[in-house]
Design a protein around this ligand. Structure first.
Ligand SMILES: *[C@@H]1O[C@H](CO)[C@@H](O)[C@H](O)[C@H]1NC(C)=O
Ligand SMILES: *[C@@H]1O[C@H](CO)[C@@H](O)[C@H](O)[C@H]1NC(C)=O
Length: 445
């Protein structure tokens, strides 16, 4: 008990999220200000011409209730206005919460150097590249993020119960996905049928940004600008050929990863039996609630990985998305790619593409909120992202193709939730070199 109290008090006084660590002090939250001091001593590095603290997120219509008051609506709505009115605007190639970082694909003290990495299919990696990938991932799993903390609470109605706690770099990535998928709180009621990252136009861009975030975090952690995430081209695979101990790990019939595999000791950051709609990530503050990863590829009856033809058929849909911009949208590239429709006709409902592969891998991957805890998520989503890239190229698409819609948090001009700094949903529908990477050509895709 004593240990817990000390832990909690540290959380409150000492700042500790994809919340920028320095913006979760009581003072920053009370002032609604996230303009951290850069190493030159000025907010947003203003003295060095890197950026400026701006009130561009000023909420006109939305008045935040007092921090301690009971909450009727989701704090993630109109992201990030609920938490912050003032954030940094970064100039030139500078980026990050305090403009101390560079835009994707840029490096150097002045972010003057552009460098684009090539994401390869995992079978294309040399033995050395493969080893590097697994050791970098393990390092990210075991290194505390110095820039971000995550939110944990047993009572989403009361902001004063929210704790900002430490997490490793990989766990921050898994948490971002978890936090975006929790039920929406509207007028005091939870709605689990919608979230910020799925079942709407935000889906492909949201995941693109998550992967770019993880890739860059690993590049910075290892000082290796050339590091690129690999992908798994699952087209036509009869079984999961990468579910072996030299790659993603073999598993037993119960779904436990083999003790000699690369991720055997990995535990899920948010999950556990006690995770409820009105809670966020209880396991973040209670390590006993953390479970090991589970995987059961190919054990769900009549579920197979998507085929070459499925991917080809997906690319035939020219409209990025179609009304009503949810899981029922017909002849929508986004909805077919996400996997709610049959790719060949774009109309018949049923699990396909992205969704089908999640079901195929099973275990942790089969449970949306926690799926990103399994690194298989990274390889799967990089391939889904490669298909997005092929589509962008085929139709010479620009951010203008993004569909205006009324899904909460998924509007064209809204910030993808819960990323910092703000990236507008439509701007994520842009060629991958803007995010610092391209894809190798493999099996004619
Ligand atoms: C920003 O990056 C581009 C390369 O993408 C480079 O040509 C340009 O000089 C950089 N701008 C500044 C101000 O460093
Ligand atoms: C996949 O199937 C092949 C051929 O049937 C088999 O040799 C291989 O062991 C299987 N791999 C896995 C990971 O189950």
């Amino acid at each position: 008990m004593l240990a817990l109290c000390i832990f909690l008090s540290l959380c409150f006084n000492g700042i500790h999220g994809q919340f920028p660590r320095t913006c979760t002090t009581r003072q920053a939250l009370d002032e609604k200000k996230c303009c951290p001091i850069w190493t030159d001593g000025s907010p947003c590095g203003e003295a060095s011409g890197r950026g400026k603290c701006r009130d561009w997120v000023v909420p006109v219509s939305i008045k935040r209730k007092h921090f301690m008051a009971a909450q009727e609506n989701d704090e993630r709505l109109n992201w990030p206005k609920f938490f912050y009115d003032n954030t940094c605007e970064c100039f030139g190639n500078y980026s990050g919460n305090n403009c101390g970082d560079c835009q994707y694909g840029h490096f150097g003290a002045k972010c003057e150097r552009k460098s684009i990495v090539v994401r390869k299919e995992i079978h294309e990696l040399s033995l050395a590249e493969r080893k590097k990938f697994f050791s970098y991932l393990n390092l990210a799993k075991n290194t505390k993020s110095k820039d971000f903390v995550i939110v944990s609470t047993g009572d989403r109605y009361h902001l004063n119960t929210y704790q900002f706690v430490d997490a490793s770099i990989y766990d921050v990535f898994a948490w971002i996905h978890y936090y975006s998928t929790k039920s929406l709180l509207i007028n005091g009621e939870f709605d689990s049928s919608r979230n910020y990252a799925h079942q709407g136009p935000a889906f492909p861009g949201w995941h693109r940004l998550g992967l770019a975030f993880l890739e860059r975090q690993i590049q910075l952690l290892t000082s290796d600008e050339n590091f690129a995430l690999p992908y798994y081209d699952w087209r036509g695979e009869k079984n999961c050929s990468i579910c072996t101990n030299d790659l993603m790990g073999a598993n037993n019939d119960q779904g436990a990863l083999d003790s000699y595999s690369n991720f055997a000791s990995w535990k899920i950051i948010c999950g556990g039996e006690n995770d409820r709609e009105d809670a966020y990530c209880l396991a973040a503050t209670d390590v006993h609630q953390r479970e090991l990863l589970q995987r059961k590829p190919g054990t769900t009856r009549s579920v197979t990985l998507p085929s070459f033809k499925d991917v080809e058929d997906t690319l035939q849909w020219k409209q990025f998305d179609t009304p009503p911009y949810d899981r029922t949208a017909q002849r929508s590239f986004r909805n077919v790619l996400e996997g709610f429709l049959r790719p060949s006709d774009g109309v018949t409902q049923g699990a396909s593409m992205h969704n089908l592969a999640h079901v195929y891998f099973g275990g942790t991957m089969g449970r949306v909120p926690i799926s990103a805890n399994d690194p298989m998520f990274v390889l799967h989503h990089c391939f889904v992202d490669k298909i997005l890239e092929a589509w962008l190229e085929k139709y010479k698409a620009t951010p203008a193709v993004y569909s205006e819609n009324t899904q909460r948090g998924q509007g064209a001009e809204e910030c993808a939730t819960p990323y910092f700094p703000c990236y507008r949903n439509k701007d994520l529908i842009n060629r991958s070199d803007k995010f610092g990477y391209t894809y190798s050509v493999f099996q004619n895709l």
